[in-house]
Design a protein around this ligand. Structure first.
Ligand code: PEP
Ligand code: MG
Length: 542
């Protein structure tokens, strides 16, 4: 049979190959209804199945909590509440007692009905929770029908999946008919490193149980009947990823020093406990970029002091004694919460328009990060005055106590052009190569498939920033994707980066590539690229 690729949307990266495990296949045979006299007992079985499911979910949540995955545990625990929800319980009751449905059918039907109602409310967040209800219904129905497989492995193919299924079934990949990239199941899959594709449509349910498939979470594809070559490539990809992770963990204490002796500090970009744990298992020396705004993208008002402390504390508690670079709220652009719709500013410009909110955040960071080597990072800086204003607010909040270091993100062309002035009022600089590249080259950050950071127009601004940092004798960090990109990372080091801050899953790989490389070669390569640039561009950047 020839290859057939079903196209969906990538929800978690990576490639998995293996046998398909298909859930949600429609039941072919209609069964006779339950006799009136037996309906009471059948309703009891349905209730017991719901209780068993609730207890299972509670167990999964506590296992997650024990392994430090509090965020995922919170998500799974919402399923425990759903299992006891009175609307669900009474709907199941009436489907059995009045309509004579069997317990498993009643559970699946009731969950489906409630999920459909949720999806129809017009609230995208509630619509995504519909998947969690369906997943609970399926779990309970499986219990009522006489048991449930504990672990499946393989590539899971389903209509929808709840977060607990992702944890419990331990699939190597996930293919969903529906689902969304921000659904709970997708959040959990990403943090556990399980490739996932959503929105594949009903064709995905035609996949046979046990059929060999490839799930390509990078390209958003589910490939049926893959040819031998593709299968082999996918298997090799998976093996490589697993081996690299094992090696990274085994070498977590080996410093990231090039063969000719240049030591680079490798930190992690993180916004959750899971990422901080993964990063530290791969040898990260702390956090170089904590994106605080990611905790509040659904907010309907500026987050309170308490909410910010609650978001930051579990993350920062994991890196006591290590560098913790907490970035001030970088709202605006593609990170605009509902309460800021219509605002035109971005990053620090926006925050400085609400000085009381800036002080609230600074106070929350100081409380939550008290036991860390705290650094505060200012997003989207364009001039030195902004840095001084943040320092003034910080002094007010500190009231004479010693305070953390204050660093500036250099991620706009304006900031790179004024890097010297900004460096003089900063304790460190951090190059945001994602925004810098897009802004310099006029690309759309969400649509653009490439971010050519090694374009000479971008490189000359990075070079100018590194020079400014050296002149001011302060460290320069790179925290955009260029810090882990195979081509750009050596160039960043060659230009003089002291620290790289990279996605948690990339920490070990970046540290290894530093150990395998030569600073002199990195430097020669970066100088060559700078010399390659047109004379007028080189002239302007110095
Ligand atoms: C960047 O722009 O490179 C950066 C690290 O910031 P963010 O990706 O959060 O905008
Ligand atoms: Mg940025």
């Amino acid at each position: 049979m020839s290859e057939q690729a079903l196209r969906g949307v990538s929800a978690a990266p990576g490639i998995a190959s293996g046998k398909a495990v298909v859930l949600d296949r429609p039941r072919p045979l209609a069964r006779a209804g339950v006799a009136r006299a037996a309906r009471g007992r059948e309703a009891g079985r349905a209730k017991a199945a719901l209780e068993t499911s609730g207890a299972e979910l509670r167990d999964i949540a506590s296992r997650l909590r024990e392994s430090g995955r509090d965020d995922e545990a919170d998500i799974v625990e919402t399923g425990v509440l759903m299992a006891a929800d009175s609307t669900l319980v009474s709907l199941v009751d009436s489907l059995v007692l009045e309509s004579g449905l069997h317990a498993d059918a009643a559970l699946a039907k009731a969950a489906d009905q409630i999920a459909t109602d949720l999806a129809n409310l017009g609230d995208p967040t509630l619509a995504l929770r519909a998947d969690d209800v369906r997943s609970l219904g399926r779990r309970a129905a499986a219990h009522a029908a006489g048991g449930r497989a504990a672990t499946v492995g393989g590539v899971l193919v389903a209509k929808a999946l709840g977060p607990a299924d992702v944890v419990e079934l331990s699939p190597t990949g996930i293919a969903l008919v529906g689902g969304g990239v921000t659904a709970h199941a997708a959040i959990v899959a990403r943090s556990l490193g399980i490739p996932m594709v959503v929105g594949l449509g009903d064709d995905a349910l035609e996949v046979e149980d046990g059929e060999g498939v490839i799930l390509d979470g990078d390209a958003g594809l589910l490939v049926r009947h893959p040819d031998a070559k593709r299968m082999e490539a996918a298997r090799a990809h998976g093996d490589q990823r697993r081996a690299a992770r094992e090696t990274a963990r085994a070498r977590r204490l080996v410093p990231a020093v090039t063969r000719d002796g240049r030591r680079i500090t490798v930190l992690a970009n993180a916004a959750s406990v899971v990422e901080v744990i993964e990063a530290s298992e791969q040898g990260a020396e702390g956090v170089g970029l904590l994106r605080t705004e990611l905790g509040f993208l659904d907010a309907h008002a500026w987050p309170s002091f308490e909410k910010q402390v609650a978001f930051l504390s579990p993350i920062l508690a994991r890196i006591a004694g290590q560098v913790a670079t907490v970035r001030l709220l970088d709202f605006g652009g593609d990170k605009t919460p509902p309460f800021l719709h219509g605002a035109t500013g971005r990053g620090i410009e926006l925050l400085l328009e609400s000085p009381a909110q800036l002080r609230t955040q600074l106070a929350a960071i100081l409380v939550a990060g008290g036991k860390t080597g705290l650094r505060i990072l200012i997003p989207m800086v364009t001039n030195p005055l902004q840095v001084n204003l943040v320092r003034e607010s910080l002094e007010e909040v500190l009231g004479g106590r010693p305070g953390p270091q204050v660093g500036s993100m250099i991620e706009t062309p304006e900031a790179a052009q004024r890097a010297g002035e900004i460096a003089r009022v900063s304790d460190f600089l951090s190059l945001g190569t994602n925004d810098l590249t897009q802004l310099v080259l006029g690309l759309d950050r969400e649509q653009s498939k490439t971010a050519p950071v090694t374009d000479t127009r971008v490189l000359r601004l990075i070079d100018a920033t590194m020079r400014a940092g050296r002149a001011a004798r302060i460290p320069v960090d790179v925290c955009g994707e260029a810090a882990s990109d195979a081509v750009a990372m050596p160039i960043m080091i060659g230009l003089g980066a002291d620290e790289l801050s990279v996605a948690a899953a990339r920490v070990g790989d970046v540290r290894q590539r530093i150990r395998d490389g030569d600073f002199a070669a990195f430097r020669a390569e970066s100088e060559k690229l700078l010399l390659d640039q047109p004379a007028d561009a080189a002239g302007k950047s110095r």
